[in-house]
Write a protein that binds this ligand. Structure first.
Ligand code: WQD
Length: 345
């Protein structure tokens, strides 16, 4: 098996993917500047897999340091999985230049090094936000790419466009994975999603409300044209997202006749409303949630969920974890965080 560079290897999806790569027999090296993650994640990964993974604390925008890394470390690297990017939708609206520089300049610097060292396989972390507010559902990879709802979404759309042009003149082959809503945590509760400050995303807000950290959950809007008036999203377990990256890598390794750039939807294929997620959480965990209905949140799309046939048929991937697994592991992670926070105090 090859040696894989994971950028953002200490992050939420990155750390779960490092575990999946190690368990699939790959060797892994990580680059993560820990601006949005923590330095103890590699220790947690060792606890889970028994394998030490070295993380190099580099920001991809720092081209000289990144080039030094590749000069010293490129030997044996057969693939790059690129997660390192900021992804808070609200923050990107308030600070677009931060997102354009971090996400796009960082990606360009990485692409330069991949090209220079002839690394054959590249997996890109993209997003269902490229579909904007879709007119027909479920969305397939051929659904129109509409105006992104945020600068974050725009960096994913532009990031894909960079890669489409690049593969025409570079032998590297690319798979762009469009995530829908990854949630949950590793069953060990040793790794999961860290929220900085008040969580933007639904699941961490639900678990922090259940843990008493937040007074109540506000459901943003109940007057949408959906079955119960709240927004519809396609939630899938972060471990399923991680396994999809291994499947995409193997796809690139095996199918040299596949298109040099290709995109795949990573979704469960099932749409759940916000209210259904709240009620399912209460049922799965036996923990009642305090919630209220508030105004719609700017930038929210009404409903989006995936047609995941292409990933199933071409990557041989399908979701293994249920909605109950997502909610149960998210809650176990929150409880583990609360315990470690209490012991740290
Ligand atoms: C889900 C639903 C909210 C919080 C995410 C990521 C984005 C991208 C797509 C990967 C919406 C509602 C939320 C709350 C609520 N993923 N909500 N109260 O907006 O779909 O975007 O998935 O690239 O990076 O952010 O996810 O979890 O923020 O919201 O009612 O306190 O939950 O209105 O309908 P979203 P989300």
């Amino acid at each position: 098996m090859g040696r894989i560079l994971v950028t953002g290897g200490s992050g939420y999806i990155g750390s779960h993917t490092v575990v999946a790569l190690l368990e699939a027999g790959y060797e892994v090296v990580s680059i993560d500047d820990h601006s949005r993650s923590h330095d103890f994640i590699m220790d947690r990964i060792k606890q889970i897999t028994g394998t030490e993974v070295v993380n190099h604390r580099i920001n991809l925008v720092d081209r000289a340091t990144l080039e030094d890394f590749f000069c010293n470390e490129h030997t044996g690297i057969t693939g790059v999985i690129h997660f390192a990017a900021y992804k808070a939708v609200g923050e990107s609206v308030a600070n677009p230049l931060l997102y354009f520089e971090n996400n796009l300049v960082g990606q360009i610097n990485l692409m330069r090094c991949v090209d220079q060292y002839n690394i054959p396989h590249f997996v890109f972390s993209s997003s269902c936000t490229v579909y904007g507010n879709p007119e027909s559902l479920p969305v397939t990879e051929s659904s129109p790419l509409l105006e992104p709802e945020s600068p974050y979404g725009r960096t994913k759309l532009i990031g894909e466009a960079f890669l489409r042009d690049w593969v025409l003149v570079c032998p590297t082959r690319v798979a762009a994975l469009r995530y829908f809503n990854p949630v949950g945590a590793h069953p060990s509760a040793l790794i999961g999603e860290f929220s900085r400050g008040v969580p933007e995303n639904l699941l961490p807000y639900i678990t922090q409300t259940a843990a008493g950290i937040r007074e109540r959950l506000t459901i943003y809007g109940r007057d949408y044209p959906t079955r119960d008036g709240t927004c519809v999203r396609d939630y899938l377990h972060v471990c399923d997202v991680a396994l999809a990256h291994v499947a995409a890598l193997k796809h690139l390794e095996r199918h040299t006749d596949a298109p040099p750039f290709d995109v795949f939807n990573l979704g469960s294929g099932v749409g759940q409303t916000v209210l259904e997620m709240v009620q399912a959480f209460e049922e799965v965990t036996g923990t009642p949630l305090t919630y209220t209905f508030g105004e719609r949140r700017t930038g929210d799309v009404v409903a989006v969920y995936a047609d995941n046939r292409k990933a199933r048929e071409q990557l041989g991937w399908s979701t293994l974890y249920s909605l109950q697994d997502m909610l149960r592991t998210a809650w176990a992670w929150e409880q583990a965080l609360s315990q470690s926070h209490n012991t740290r105090q």
